[in-house]
Write a new protein. Structure first.
Length: 411
């Protein structure tokens, strides 16, 4: 890994006179000189301070079970950060808001977390929500972390957006290469959820396939949370496709696999981890789900992933875990945040969204548990491995699915 030490951040607020040192900074911390950022001489201190970390996530609506699991993983990250960084005077406080996985809900949640709670760093997910949240992040000045939405248009969409999950540009490049050049599929049908996530990824998949000599012969959209996909399945069945690619969320994904099973289609089908790992979608497809090929971003530290999942299960024994390969990325964000806070405190700079982003644009040696080195591109996006997996027994734990190919980084 290429290591580049961050340069000294030039922060205008660090030069403020002591007359302003009694105010509260926009990051939700206490007064400078009391909060472990600066003392009266302008030098870094080691006093303890609590820093807010917001998470805007669906807590009601069809995606609430996913959101609750994301919060659990993040909360465990916060707990572990508070133990690991206690000697550095750093303590995180997690504050939540409900997005309902909609753009409108996302805007409301971001305003609550950014303007009311004054969190300098906020986590969210779902492409429609991330897209809607980014302008709010710019207006309010917080750093927006995305460990759960992978639509390619999000890359570089905002200077305030930090994508900490492998995005579908690289994932689709590797996946389409496997489908066309290894498996020999040539004609593809796509069923995608009709929102930012589905639209952007559907087009990215089409470009990736065509660049390798394949052809997309059908593209069918389905409304988010739709419960009937018989029309879409009937159309792709007659399209002449020899592979069906899905890009759906939970409810419509289950409806699509149910319709696929009931239609008795023998065309191979696949998609991404959000479908392949979902217990709801696997059960909807039942035996027809066996053979489902999906691209996964599960970290290579499978022991670490398993330990985290076991921990989540122990905390809520009745919960059916549904976001196994995403949970480590939510768990990791508090560690990224803490490393940045530590850097800012060492420089006597306040913890603001602007300064968080400045560190992340310069510092290339952040390492976090389970994920490992978190090198970010110039567009503040993490590039990780593409793991191609196959469902052989839909009833089994998704973590036991077969890994049939793996590509590190960009293919």
């Amino acid at each position: 890994m290429r290591l580049i030490r961050t340069t000294k951040i030039v922060v205008a607020v660090a030069a403020l006179s002591l007359a302003t040192a009694c105010t509260t900074d926009s990051g939700g911390g206490s007064a400078a000189g009391k909060d472990g950022v600066q003392d009266a001489t302008g030098k870094a201190t080691t006093s303890k301070e609590t820093y807010k970390l917001g998470i805007g996530i669906p807590l009601t609506g069809p995606a609430a079970s996913y959101g609750e699991e994301f919060v659990m993983a993040t909360a465990d990250g916060v707990k572990d950060v508070n133990e690991r960084f206690a000697a550095d005077g750093i303590k995180l406080e997690l504050v939540t808001a409900d997005t309902q996985a909609t753009a409108e809900g996302g805007i409301s949640a971001m305003n609550k977390l950014g303007a009311v709670e004054k969190a300098p760093a906020i986590i969210t997910a779902y492409s429609a929500v991330v897209s809607a949240a980014a302008p709010v992040a710019e207006d309010l000045g917080f750093a927006l972390f995305n460990p759960g939405a992978q639509s390619p248009p999000l890359i570089g969409a905002s200077p305030n957006l930090v994508n900490t999950v492998p995005m579908n540009d690289v994932q689709l490049t590797n996946f389409s290469d496997y489908l066309v050049n290894t498996k020999g599929f040539k004609n593809f049908a796509v069923i995608y959820v009709d929102n930012e996530s589905g639209q952007g990824t559907s087009e990215a998949f089409k470009k990736a396939v065509e660049a390798r000599g394949g052809k997309v012969v059908a593209q069918e959209s389905i409304r988010q949370d739709a419960t009937d996909a018989t029309t879409q399945i009937a159309k792709v069945k007659e399209s002449g496709a020899d592979f069906i690619y899905l890009q759906t969320l939970l409810v419509e994904g289950a409806a699509t696999m149910k319709a696929y099973r009931e239609a008795g289609i023998d065309i191979p089908i696949g998609g991404y981890a959000g479908e392949g790992e979902s217990r709801v979608i696997r059960d909807a497809g039942a035996e027809a789900m066996n053979g489902f090929i999906y691209m996964s971003h599960i970290p290579e530290d499978l022991d670490g992933v398993t330990a985290l999942l076991d921990r989540l299960q122990a905390e809520d024994p009745d919960r059916v875990l549904a976001t196994q390969s995403y949970d480590p990325y939510f768990y990791a964000v508090p560690f990224i945040y803490a490393e940045v806070i530590k850097e800012l405190r060492s420089q006597g700079a306040p913890v603001t969204g602007e300064n968080i982003l400045a560190v992340l644009n310069e510092k290339k040696d952040i390492t976090v548990p389970i994920i490992g080195p978190m090198d970010l591109t110039s567009k503040l996006t993490y590039v990780g491995p593409t793991i191609i997996r196959q469902v052989n027994d839909y009833k089994a734990d998704p973590m036991t699915d077969e890994t049939i190919d793996s590509v590190n980084g960009e293919g």
